[in-house]
Design a binder for this molecule. Structure first.
Ligand SMILES: [Zn+2]
Length: 480
């Protein structure tokens, strides 16, 4: 998995030739003024950040209209949809010449809330300083939305003809689960999306490591939430004369048993592939061990060390995180009811019903009920498609490896994967750990260089995608 086999390099060379001929025929791509693109994208993102779409409440319609105005001014067919008052999503489409199915650029319009405390600059100012655009959403997800919008605007402006339609879809409500955004669009307006072959979403990036190495991470799979509520009741009363058992003591006992439960380790095929690809980018012992994680985990010392890292641990087992606790509101009052919420995340391929049953058995008390608050089927996308081949070709051009990754969190991709659209998490920004930490944190920012390079890579990717699909067709006709 580390280096491309030799025949692949030949295909790559053929691809490069094809790509050059493509670029030559669509004269528009060659004469793009990238410095101008950088300044336009910077202005775009700065204005976009200033539209406060903190969710809750969202108010995404203002952002949807902002984007729609830019698209319509350029003569691009655009619609704004509202799932509820103020909860707008925007869909714009650049028509292809036909022959290939569309690609969707999915991004979300809402952001997580931000208060000015801890920020060097007001979070909704969109300040441009020292080569960075600052503000809530710079990385998640208005920066990605900006480069996707820039790519769509450039296709139109430069008259670049692709075979597939490019659909820009900016949705509401991602940060609270997407029911009023991506989920609603799939439920109510799927006719506009159903032909799509691929979807590009947030979730991966060009990861910059402390040692200066880079890797293209594409998220092909994600864990699925199984959020649970534990509830129990008991005799209420005065705290000064407690009965032997109350709702609170019962709940605590149940929670303690959950705490003691150790979820079994399981290395899914996606996770095995992820670590094998990662191995190629590492040095030392981990390079050897990660090549076959399943085998490596059989070694107790390695396993112990591996599970120390919360991210690594979360990729090889279901996790159970107690978060919300509810009992009495007063120190001297024994409540009638007590409850707790668990943020559980399941590996791809897990059966939620089996998981819940295991947890109930672990609690071992029928008086503690377990209710599912949120769950959807775990989904993955194939890691060898024309899309991933196009990303691979793009990465090879920069001498960087490609790592198909699995997310421990979840994105709106599941709505589309459930409908059979191959969906990938990949934002072509170079991101260091420091920059990623700012996401949902303070001083979130993106460099103007990333806005320029991100747009350039997206344009490159779209054009390579035409070429890669051509390879696919040729390969298929040969095998037929
Ligand atoms: Zn996001």
């Amino acid at each position: 998995m580390t280096a491309a086999p030799r025949w692949m390099s030949c295909a790559r060379i053929a691809g490069a030739v094809l790509l050059l001929s493509c670029l030559a025929t669509s004269a528009g791509a060659a004469d793009i003024d990238w410095a101008e693109v950088e300044s336009q994208a910077t202005e775009f993102l700065s204005a976009y950040i200033q539209i406060d779409t903190s969710n809750p409440p969202g108010n995404e319609t203002a952002a949807a209209r902002f984007l729609a105005d830019r698209f319509r001014q350029a003569g691009i067919e655009t619609d704004v949809f509202e799932s509820a008052p103020g909860r707008g999503s925007v869909l714009a489409r650049i028509k292809g010449t036909g022959g290939l199915r569309p690609i969707i650029f999915l991004n979300h319009l809402d952001v997580v809330p931000a208060t000015p405390e801890g920020w060097d600059l007001p979070p909704f100012s969109g300040t441009v300083r020292d080569g960075y655009v600052y503000g809530r959403g710079a990385i998640d997800c208005k920066g990605p939305g900006t480069i996707e919008a820039m790519a769509v605007l450039l296709l139109k402006r430069q008259g670049i003809a692709l075979k597939r339609d490019v659909i820009f879809l900016g949705t509401a409500d991602e940060e609270t689960g997407g029911k009023l955004g991506a989920g609603w669009m799939v439920a109510e307006h799927f006719k506009d999306l159903r032909h799509a072959e691929f979807l590009l979403n947030e979730g991966g990036s060009v990861r910059l490591r402390a040692d200066g190495s880079r890797a293209y991470e594409i998220a092909v799979s994600e864990k699925t939430p199984c959020w649970l509520k534990l509830e129990t009741t008991g005799v209420p009363g005065h705290g000064s004369s407690p009965p032997p058992e109350t709702a609170v003591t019962r709940l605590i006992r149940g929670l303690d048993r959950v705490r003691g439960y150790e979820a079994p380790l399981r290395v899914t095929p996606e996770v095995q592939t992820y670590y094998a690809a990662l191995a190629a980018t590492l040095q030392g012992e981990r390079r050897e061990r990660f090549k076959d994680l399943r085998a490596a985990l059989a070694d107790a010392d390695f396993r112990r060390a591996f599970l120390q890292d919360p991210h690594d641990a979360a990729l090889v087992r279901n996790t159970i995180t107690p978060t919300v606790l509810n009992g009495s509101q007063k120190t001297n009052v024994i409540p009638y009811a007590a409850s707790a919420e668990l943020d559980c995340r399941l590996l791809p391929g897990e059966d939620p019903e089996v998981f819940v049953r295991t947890l109930k058995d672990t609690i071992g008390d029928p008086e503690v009920t377990v209710r599912v608050l949120l769950n959807f089927p775990p989904t993955s996308s194939p890691s060898a498609t024309a899309f991933t081949a196009a990303v691979r070709a793009l990465a090879e051009g920069e001498g960087a490896p490609v790592v198909p990754s699995v997310l421990t969190g979840f994105t709106d991709s599941h709505y589309f994967r459930e409908k059979g659209i191959a969906s990938y998490g990949f934002v072509p920004f170079d991101l260091s750990e420091d920059e990623e930490r700012r996401e949902h944190g303070v001083n979130e920012r993106v460099s103007t260089h990333n806005l320029r390079e991100g747009t350039r890579r997206l344009m490159d990717l779209l054009q390579r995608l035409d070429v890669e699909a051509q390879h696919d067709e040729q390969a298929q006709s040969k095998t037929r």
